[in-house]
Every structure is written in C-alpha cells, then in structure tokens.
Design a protein around this ligand. Sequence first.
Ligand code: FUC
Length: 767
Amino acid sequence: MNNENLKLWYNKPADSNDWNQALPVGNGRLGGMVYGTVKCEHIQLNEETIWYGGPVNRNNADAAEYLPKIRELLFQGKLKEAEKLTSLGLVGTPDQQRHYESLGDLHIEFYGQDNPITFYRRELDLDRAVAKVQYVIGDVTYTREVFSSAVDQVLVVRLTADKPNSISLKARTTRIEYVDSRESLGNDSILMSGSCGGEKGLQFRTLLKGVAEGGSIYTIGDNLLVDNANAVTLFLSANTNFRNEDPENKCVDCIGLASSKTYDTLLDEHIKDYQSLFNRVKLQLGDKKITESFKDIPTDERLLRVKEGKEDLGLVSLYFQFGRYLLIACSRPGSLPANLQGIWNQDYLSAWGSKYTININTEMNYWHAETCNLSECHLPLFDHIEKMRVNGRRTAKVMYGCRGFVAHHNTDIWADTAPQDIYMPATIWPMGAAWLCLHMWEHYQFTKDKEFLKNIYGTLKEAAEFFVDYLVEDSKGNLVTSPSVSPENTYILPSGERGTVCMGPSMDSQIIFALFTGCIESTKILDMDGEFANTLGEILKRMPKSKIGKYGQIMEWSEDYEEAEPGHRHISQLFALHPSNQITVRKTPELAKAARKTLERRLASGGGHTGWSRAWIINFWARLEDGDLAYENVLQLLKKSTLSNLFDNHPPFQIDGNFGGTAGIAEMLLQSHAGEINLLAALPKAWQEGSVLGLCARGGFEVDMTWSQNKLVQATIQSKTGGKCTLRTDAPVKIFMGDNEVNCLNSADSFSIEFDTEKGREYTVRV
Ligand code: FUC
C-alpha cells in the first residue's frame, strides 16, 4: 500500500487550546501528544505509571455480614431496602480507586522564527510511527520528527533545517502538580523530579537531554538552550519507582544509550521494531486509484466530507490502521494495559480517573488484538489480571466469603478489585475478573499455545471458583448471581418502581457460561482437573439461558422488565452475540433474530450515543452478518464520535471506540467465533472491491483475501499450528496447496468446506 494512505495530515498546527487536535506517539509506556505549533512546539507527555497515591485496601469489612440480608431482601422483591443496604455494606471503603495523571509537558520555543510561515504541514505517519512537522520561513525549510522508541525507551525529537546554523531554541519540561525540583545535569540536560501526589505517592523523574550538531548547547537555570545549530536531537526519558528502584538512574541509562547512537540508527531501529507488528496487516477498501486520489486532502477535511455524507473508503481503512497503531503505541509486552485513554491523558483529575473500566471499556480495548494480528500487545492485560488475582482473592474472601477471585467494574494500576463508586447501576457487579479472563481463553483460541493455557488455567479456574460459591438459587430454582446489575441500565417494575440491583441479569449468566465452558474445554485440552469440570458442568445445567421477551428482544434481566432507557449505551444482554458466541446466525437463528430486535430497539431510542457504544454496535451487526448496517454504524462512528485527530470521542476522548471500531471492521471481513472461518462475513455493498492481508482467525490461522464486485476472488490461509480448518464462503470453493487440490473432509452445505492443514503451510482458496 502506498504510504501516503497511512498518514494523518493537516495544513495547520493543532489549536494550542485543543489537545484533541494534537497527534499521539507512544512506545507502549511513554507517550506524547504533538501539537506542531510553530513558534513554540508543545508536546504533552505521559508515562503509564504516573498514578496518584499508592495501593489501598478498600474491601468493605462489613460486606460478608450483610450479604445474606441483602440477598434475602432481593429474593423477597424488597428492592429499595436491598439497594439501601447494598450502598452501605457492599461498596468499597473508601469508594474510589486511584487515578492516572499527566506526566507534564515539553515546550520548545524557537528563536529567529518570527517571519511568516509557508508550506506548513504536520502529519502522523502510521507506516513509520513518526510525527512530522514541516514549514518554510524565508528560504529555510524546518523539519521536526517526533517518535517514542520502544527499543530505546525514550521520546525523540529531531529538529533540522536545510540551511546551516538555523536552529536556536529554549526547551523546558513542566508540570503543574507536585514538582520538587528541576535542575540542570551537566551542560546539556535538565532533570525534573517530583511525586504523583498523596502520602505514599510514586516518585517520578523526567530527564531531557539535547545533542546539538554545530552551534552551542548549554543550560541556564532549568532551561536547555541551543544557539545556531544545524540540527538538534532532544531525548526525553521518564520513569517512576513503580517498577524501578532508582528511576533517575533508569532515565540516565536510557538516555545515555540512546544518545550514543546516530539519529539514523535510532530511527531505523524504531521503525524496524514498530513495523514488525504494524506491517502484518494491510487493508485496501475500494478502488486503489480512488482512495489514493484523497491523499492530498487533509485528514480533518476528509472527516468533514464524510460527515457531509461523502464517501471516503480510504479514511475508513486509515481509521482501521489507526486503531492498530494506537494499540502498538500503548500496550507492549511488559507495559501496563491500555487504560481508558490508552496512555494519552492531559489531566490530573481526568474523566473516570482514566483508569480501567472493566464492565466493557478495557475489554473493548483488546477486541482487535488477536484478529488484527497484534497478539503480543494483548499480553499486558494478562499480566494485569495476574495481579488482580492476588487482590481479588482477598476481596472474594473478605467481602463475600467465597473462594476464587473477583473484581468489580473498575481496576487501577495496583490491580484494585473492590467495588468502585457508590453508583448503584454500576458498582455492584462481580463480573469484572471473569470477563477479563475470557481474554486469556481467546488468546489461546487464536494461538493454540498450550504452554500459555497451562500457565493461565489456574487463573481461569480461580475466576470460575468464585461463582461456584457465589451463585444462589432464585425463585425458579435457577442458579444466579445476587446481588448484581446489568451494566449500567435501570429497570422498571409493573408498579413503576425503578431498580438496578437485581438477581441474575442476563449478561452475568452469559459471562459465566463462557467462562465455565472455557474452563471445561481447558481441562480436556490439558487432560487435568476433570472433577472441577464436572462441578462446573453440573452448575451450568442449572443456569438460565438467554430468553426472548415481549418485544421479541433478548431479555436484559431475569424478568421481562421495562427498561428505563431503551436507548442505553450498554447493550449487555447481547454479550452472548459479541464478544461471546452463544448467539450465532446459523446455530441459534431465533436468538439471532431477537438480538436484531434488541439492536433495532436500542437504535430507535437513540442508542450508540457514545463512541464505544457505537463501536460495539458495529461488531453486533457484523456478527449478525448485516454488512450494510455494520458499515452504516462505522460511518456514524466517524460522523458523530470522531475528533479531528481521529481519536474516539465519548466525549471526552476515550480510546475504546477506536479499538472497538477497528475490531468491528475486522469482524466485517473475517469471523471465526462459530467453529468455522467465515470469509467476508459481513461485507457491505459499499466495499465492492478490496483486499486484506494478515487478519487472524481462531485455530491458529492467518488469512489474506481479495474480493471484487462484493464476491470473494481468492484467499490464502496460513496454518500456524496445523489442524482442521473449516471455511465458510459466499460461493463454493476449492482448496489448493501449491498446485495440488486438497481433499475436502466434510461439508455442512455448499458454502462450507473442511480440510486438514499442516503446520507452516499455506492454502489457496479458489472460487
Ligand atoms: C462506563 C460507561 C461510560 C464510560 C465509563 C468510562 O461506565 O458506561 O459511558 O465509558 O465507563
């Protein structure tokens, strides 16, 4: 693909008052938002461990005592009393987790650049993970390149001009809160030290070093100055004592190593490392000539055109790749998982603390990790789950007297598992750990890595064990969660009474079904723990299944209650459709029809009004194999919930919509949740021509496809681990290995074909 199609670009700097126009760079841990302002460049900085305070034990010591009473009240239908007691006895003490903060800012003021500017351009090149700013003043062309290197763990700013001695500047790092000192180190570096706040607050260090080619470099006070250089490279490193005993040394070491390399080496190594992930997937939607013709239109204008109803398939594929770029930039092996804003957050008290909301948002952050060939970027989530396991074990025991481990609807950097907020529609929800653990199971399904499964089986088991103890019998003899909520909706009883806390909301049973069946399957694959599998199997028989309600919809609660907000952003009762596979078009057609009704009802009442909600809807329509409606919602995501830098807008910026949107686009092209690989499962009419390389399917397969006039032309399937492959296609196909046709084993119908694969081999699918 032409690189120009992988660029976000603008013909003016970001408005200095609008962070949402700046462009993000990141290496999984250290991030920057580049404004590209001319006279004074502003890069807002983030480091993923800059969180307020330290770990706290928030488990409510009175919970276990009041739990039986709360359950009894719920059983008797005394909602108000149950909610009152729940809000006292089952909330965290204190009720708030820790929050994420900005690291601060880098300001680079340029001297001698006061004359009028021409040929201004700033861009974010997704192909190289480099932000670039270029402009001309007089007869001098100035260029800036900014990237965050995962290889060297530094943020690099390269400043050049095409005439000698043209660069003079003052650089400063700043932070509004808790700076204890800012001092020069030698004649070329400034060290900023401080804490993230609170008595037990983490200590941070930010080190800025300049290397000038030609001219002179020196410090005055806490300013780094350069006079008349030909080129300047600035290195910025930041660390806290969350991981490093001595964050200052860590900064000094990283910068020492990085600044010993030439700029070209630094950049080459960065690009090579980044492309080893990014280059795995290529997407071309629509006619190449047409999409390429848009490359001269700035990205913000392209977005405006789409908002006006004009077609721009290149912008859709750019948005798709941006979601992959962002994940690589904020979630790398060894880093923390992506939080509500990935790593990019300008505030000290940000919306929802820029934490991990685990009743949808964190999970959505990783929906594209496996399908879009970024499996390694999924790993930070698993590390975090392991930390939550330790805390969650304590929460399970102290608050509920249960074995296993539990988490509620949020977690923080210290893997806190106690309930968050005193907000009844969300707080009392013991499903966070269970849902997150399903990501480990998914990782196994895509990679077939048995060693991995062996390592994490204990975690799946402990998540399941919690429910073995926690479930209670309802009035119909079913085993259900109690208390819980259907995130974050409110129901109305026939009497008009409103409630949130309830017994056995549909989503809970669906998550438990997925977790238990995943555990049972794991015991078979690993040939162990059969007795535990039997226990889970017995419980499953007594758990409620998805039911269809009076509007033909999937019921959200165990009773067919009216919902207070029929257009609610959460559509939890469709968890079974996506991300789970309990509702599928071919295996459960009645439920699939009811899922469609549910979506129609939500949308008719104003649903999809946040970016992430809209992104989930794309995935739902894709699973229902309705490509046109899926695409309509991709367009709505771009029109209503996308900022000019292509960040998703909740509002404010929340990264889940970007990630969920990318996942949805992948899901439209390739699905593998229903025991078969469905090629072009939900291709919209508008995507008549196209090709995609490198999408991943469960079973350890990598898939390339070309299509034309909305029909598959050819596909290749790479088998990474061997084993059976079942394909579903839009027309009968034949399978070849090289020139030889492969024997078909089985075929459910003329659009399905099953064949054996060998590890490492490539298979061609011909129509
Ligand atoms: C959930 C959602 C909100 C928001 C927050 C971070 O509570 O209901 O819309 O995304 O998480």
